[in-house]
Design a protein around this ligand. Structure first.
Ligand code: THU
Length: 128
């Protein structure tokens, strides 16, 4: 949670001004963090969770224990649908911890399965 709160300071959020930090803990004990990056073409914005996940994946990491997410929001920020999809594919067993960056000790924990039940995780093979 501390790494997520620290990463939040590096958010690039000139449009929403809503800064989010995320940190992924690997089974080997390494932490990969990220923050949201916004675009003038709003839809291109990338959430903190995906930035952290993409950093970890492209560093060769595949086994994750937990994802921490922090923002200045009571109860903490819940990952969006797009991030839930990627977590279901690449970090299905990670615990998801969310907290208000002003109260990091109050953590809510979720499983990826409960955040995205019945996820689409495999492309079917077509024979035609
Ligand atoms: N955002 C995240 O980075 N993670 C979340 O869990 C919720 C939303 C970002 C995207 C956008 O830059 C800003 O918060 C407002 O939606």
């Amino acid at each position: 949670m501390r790494a997520a709160a620290e990463a939040r300071h590096h958010a690039v959020a000139p449009y929403s001004r809503f800064k989010v930090g995320a940190a992924l803990l690997t089974q080997a004990g390494e932490i990969f963090s990220g923050a949201n990056v916004e675009s003038a073409s709003y839809g291109l914005t990338c959430c903190a969770e995906r930035v952290a996940l993409f950093r970890a994946l492209t560093s060769g990491q595949r086994r994750f224990v937990a994802l921490a997410v922090a923002a200045r929001l009571s109860g903490g920020p819940m990952p969006c649908g797009a991030c839930r999809q990627l977590l279901a594919e690449y970090a299905p067993n990670a615990a998801v911890w969310v907290a208000d960056s002003r109260a990091l000790r109050t953590v809510r924990e979720f499983s990826v399965r409960e955040l995205l039940p019945a996820a689409f995780v495999e492309i079917p093979k077509y024979s035609d």
